[in-house]
Design a protein around this ligand. Structure first.
Ligand SMILES: [Mn+2]
Length: 305
């Protein structure tokens, strides 16, 4: 559900890798892929909604919790076998085989490492998909996990023909006008207490802009850029009444643990969870957990100088 650039890039990239290996994969995602990724080869080959199977193998990509598969599969029970390929520290290891590399910057980075053991040559299609995940999960090579090795991987993708400027321009710098308007409304509603900033995007607000429960990406990154803020949370009401919470932290703080304690997951500086509505109750639940966790981190930070 709600695929980001790494989810889309790893899904399409894995698809191309499997085809090179002579396989016939079916690519599925609960939600339609965001239009800004339409430059990716195979963009129109992904089924949205539910795929009934049958399956020889289910490969789940960039997904820390099987609940995030959503309605892409018909039943609660996962078909067997499951290959779980991911890089989130909070991955629940739900696969028959788990390839969870928490040192990798993106799931596409994990796929790059796996390619070394497969008889698949990096071509332009694969490289374009995989570089997209690398670019989006590092927000354009700006996160603290970008090492010389990561740039070396990006170089390999570029040498194989992946167009870096096209990727950054589309995957990072394009969004709908409605998204910008929703940013504006969300930013107008920001509240800050003690270094914790949050805002809400109720369904009504989204509907007024023709956005229905899908919220807006990127608002969390804007919110955490405020100098006064150490930790931020964006609460997006979904059309089924649940509330999607996106957390961000500045380096030195960690939001992965609080997200995990609320049934979600993610990384130290960017994490999220899905909690029950209504909005007021979600706010109370999440903000009290967040305040407590941040307070504990501040004490630890002081103790460790
Ligand atoms: Mn990812």
């Amino acid at each position: 559900m709600s695929p980001d650039g790494d989810a889309v890039g790893s899904l399409l990239g894995m698809g191309w890798m499997l085809r090179v290996m002579g396989k016939d994969p079916v690519l599925v995602c609960q939600d339609p892929l965001p239009r800004r990724f339409s430059y990716l080869p195979g963009f129109n080959s992904v089924l949205s909604g539910t795929y009934e199977g049958p399956f020889d193998l289910l490969i789940v990509l960039d997904c820390s919790d099987p609940a995030r598969i959503g309605t892409a599969l018909p039943q609660e029970q996962l078909p067997s076998p499951v290959l779980n390929i991911d890089h989130h520290v909070t991955n629940l290891q739900f696969g028959t085989l788990n390839v969870v590399d928490t040192q990798a910057t993106s799931t596409t980075h994990v796929l790059y490492r796996l390619m070394g053991g497969l008889d698949v040559r990096l071509d332009e299609q694969i490289a374009t998909c995989l570089l997209t995940g690398l670019v989006t999960d590092t927000r354009g090579f700006r996160t603290s996990n970008v090492t010389p090795e990561v740039l070396q991987v990006a170089l390999d993708f570029m040498r194989a023909g992946a167009p870096l400027p096209l990727i950054t321009q589309n995957a990072l710098d394009r969004r709908t006008l409605a998204s910008l308007r929703l940013w504006g409304l969300g930013l107008g509603r920001v509240e800050v207490t003690d270094g914790i900033a949050w805002t809400t995007l109720p369904l009504e607000l989204q509907r007024s802009l023709g956005i229905n429960g899908r919220g807006v990406t990127g608002l969390s990154n804007i919110l955490i850029s405020a100098e006064e803020v150490q930790v931020s949370a964006v609460f997006t009401e979904r059309s089924d009444g649940t509330v999607d919470v996106g957390f961000r932290a500045v380096p030195g703080f960690n939001v992965a643990n609080v997200a995990l304690s609320l049934g979600g997951g993610g990384h130290a500086l960017a994490a999220g969870c899905l909690v029950a509505g209504p909005m007021e109750e979600a706010l109370q639940l999440v903000l009290s957990a967040l305040r407590e966790d941040v307070e504990r981190q501040r004490e630890e930070n002081v103790a460790h100088g």
